[in-house]
Ligand binder design. Structure first.
Ligand code: DGL
Length: 269
């Protein structure tokens, strides 16, 4: 496989852009293809089979774009589908999980909050993560109802986001948490407001940087790092309304970003 092929990255919506920005910084010479599956948002309250089917359809599309690796920039889709994708697709598949391990290492008082979608928190992968690593720490788990939809409707950090965040965080703050895990790739877009509500002493953990580092390691192992020094770019695809995605990208990525509609399942074969 040629090392100058692109890397595919996908999420249910714009959340994965929080991972994409770390990938862009850490791998400036790679061409990146991003898919936002906004027609099926949110993944967090869908059943496993639906999320698996979406992950397969998008990965199939990305393979047709000749991607050399795929990053599942979504905790929910990773929990539901990463094993299946690794079985079915013959390229490196990089997934993600809530940063419980770094949180336990970094917490001083052992009281840790974990924010994620219901799909992630109810998954067997998350249960195993807790069983393996929680030893002694108190983990307070909180699904963030409405957060993904709020961000997809264009709300980022700012005064308007504070009530929603306050209402979700209050029960965790009562537990005297000193560390807070953002276990959904959408939530970093509210990070400044989350910090404001939680207070400056709460350490917020987001795994986007670690995922970019893991992608780099996997590409190195497979001799797939692009050694060309020619300029690299991003190509965006979406399901759902094109104009909405275009506006979100212009605000959240770059005013020059261009997006196309991903063909539906029927046109993929
Ligand atoms: N951004 C995703 C995650 O990391 C999914 C959010 C959703 O669609 O519910 O879990």
């Amino acid at each position: 496989m040629s090392s100058n092929l692109p890397i595919g990255i996908f999420d249910s919506g714009v959340g994965g852009l929080s991972v994409l920005r770390h990938i862009r910084e850490s791998l400036p010479h790679e061409n990146l293809i991003y898919v936002a599956d906004r027609k099926h948002i949110p993944y967090g309250n869908k059943n496993d089979n639906t999320v698996k089917a979406r992950a397969q359809i998008i990965s199939h599309f990305l393979l047709k774009q000749q991607t050399k690796a795929i990053v599942v920039a979504c905790n929910t889709a990773t929990a539901a589908a990463v094993n299946l994708l690794r079985d079915q697709f013959p390229i490196p598949i990089i997934g993600m999980e809530p940063g419980v391990k770094p949180a336990i290492l970094q917490s001083h008082n052992g009281n840790i909050g974990v924010l994620a979608t219901e799909g992630t928190l109810d998954s067997s992968k998350f249960r195993v993560l807790l069983e393996r690593h929680a030893n002694g720490a108190e983990l307070f788990i909180k699904p963030c109802h409405g957060w993904v939809e709020w961000i997809e409707s264009g709300h980022l950090s700012g005064p308007a986001s504070l009530p929603l965040i306050q209402q979700t965080l209050d029960p965790l703050l009562e537990k005297n948490i000193d560390t807070l895990v953002l276990g959904c790739t959408h939530y970093p877009f509210l990070k400044e407001s989350i910090q404001q509500v939680a207070g400056a002493d709460v350490n917020i953990i987001d795994t986007g940087l670690a995922v970019a580092a893991q992608l780099r390691r996997r590409l190195e192992e497979e001799a797939l790092l692009n050694d060309s020094r020619s300029p690299a770019g991003e190509r965006f695809w979406c399901t759902g309304p094109l104009d909405e995605m275009q506006q979100l990208l212009n605000r959240m990525w770059d005013t020059k970003a261009q997006v196309d509609v991903m063909p539906d399942q029927a046109n993929l074969s």
